[in-house]
Ligand binder design. Structure first.
Ligand SMILES: NC(=O)c1ccc[n+]([C@@H]2O[C@H](COP(=O)([O-])OP(=O)(O)OC[C@H]3O[C@@H](n4cnc5c(N)ncnc54)[C@H](OP(=O)(O)O)[C@@H]3O)[C@@H](O)[C@H]2O)c1
Length: 341
């Protein structure tokens, strides 16, 4: 057996494909033969824009992947060799053995989920990072309720959430999660993705491409909101969402990245890697629910609605093109790569 990885040799350089060792998993770790790498915006921002300047080089990036278990650490009891699984790496974990951009990857035995035989591995891989962030933010951090998985109608919770950017992956999964859990969701989309977003259960879908003043007015009219999240968080969207929070007397604006954009007085920008709360001891049961119930059952029962998936050709070398496509917009699509191609 040999391993092959796409390595980032220095900041902003193209990834290069080189042989690397096959790793031996630690006591509570698992070795996975990786057959599907799913791309996330953060990897593109690190590789192409160097947004994490302290990245140790040579670096093997990549956070979300799926495949088959080939070896188990001696203290791992919940999984077996041959299990089909999907993994999302914890943000900022150090060590090249944990990066998804290679054929064999090591993962700790926590954020890993079995994939039912009938489900294509690329589907859970394409959404696992963002899904864990959805649950981490709304239930782990904010204490909001979860959706039922038995098909029953959720009780109305009497709370309203603004999901700015419901047509993206993180935003769309949030619309589905919150709506199914009984919250009233107001969201935004471009006209071309509107039909998809409407199918996720939002109460209102507003056109984010219309005039900014009109959009702010419409969003404010449909408030006030108990929670406001800007799932795009660039200057032009923060200018809108900041004013919505200001109009309801100030408060927290949850954002996707740290930044220096000026916000109205009384608006506090909050950012964190949103899956982090799932690693806290008090959220242990919630974390277990995500990987053992919500992710596998939600996909199998059609409760989680994935975005369309596009495979980028060229194997590990093709990651360069995939990362570029992510940064160029990738509207309404998730990209995957087969590292064995
Ligand atoms: N902090 C965390 O824990 C965390 C976790 C995951 C992701 N993120 C970050 O969250 C962001 C979204 O990630 P994602 O995976 O959801 O990305 P994505 O699926 O690629 O989102 C793209 C969508 O955002 C919308 N959009 C893009 N630019 C816009 C603009 N200027 N105004 C309004 N809408 C715009 C577009 O909607 P239309 O096509 O309808 O125009 C597009 O479809 C990324 O920055 C990512 O790094 C943060």
């Amino acid at each position: 057996m040999s391993n092959l990885a796409a390595i980032l040799p220095s900041p902003k350089a193209p990834l290069e494909v080189h042989p690397v060792p096959i790793y031996v998993p630690g006591p509570k770790e698992i070795l996975i033969k990786n057959t599907c790498i799913a791309l996330n915006a953060i990897e593109a921002k690190i590789a192409i824009h160097n947004v994490l300047p302290h990245t140790p080089y040579l670096a093997i990036l990549g956070s979300t992947y799926a495949g088959t278990i080939t070896a188990l650490g001696p203290s791992t009891t919940s999984f077996s060799i041959g299990d089909r699984v999907v993994v999302s790496k914890r943000f900022d974990v150090k060590g090249n053995q944990y990066g998804a951009f290679q054929r064999f990857v090591v993962c700790p035995d926590i954020m890993i989920s079995r994939v039912p035989d009938a489900v294509d591995l690329s589907v859970p891989a394409s959404l696992m990072m963002n899904l864990t962030c959805v649950v981490g933010l709304f239930s782990g951090r904010l204490g909001l309720g979860r959706p039922r998985l038995d098909g029953g109608v959720a009780e109305r919770r009497g709370k309203k959430v603004l999901v700015y950017g419901g047509s993206g992956s993180f935003g769309g999964l949030s619309v589905g999660y919150l709506s199914a859990a009984g919250y009233e969701v107001v969201t935004t989309s471009s006209p071309r993705n509107r039909a998809f977003v409407e199918g996720l259960g939002a109460e209102r879908v507003l056109d984010h491409t219309q005039d900014g003043e009109v959009l702010v007015k419409q969003l404010v009219e449909r408030g006030p909101y108990d929670v406001v999240v800007d799932f795009v968080s660039v200057a032009s969207t923060l200018a809108v969402t900041g004013r919505v929070v200001e109009a309801q007397g100030g408060g927290i604006l949850f954002t996707m990245q740290p930044g220096r954009e000026e916000l109205p007085v009384g608006v506090e920008r909050v950012f964190e890697p949103y899956s982090e709360s799932l690693y806290e001891g008090r959220n242990r049961e919630l974390q277990r629910w995500v990987v053992e119930e919500y992710l596998p059952q939600g996909i199998a029962k059609g409760l989680i609605k994935p975005l369309p998936i596009e495979k980028v050709g060229g194997g590990l070398k093709g990651l360069n093109e995939g990362l570029r496509k992510m940064l160029d917009g990738g509207s309404g699509v998730r990209y995957v790569v087969d590292p064995w191609e």
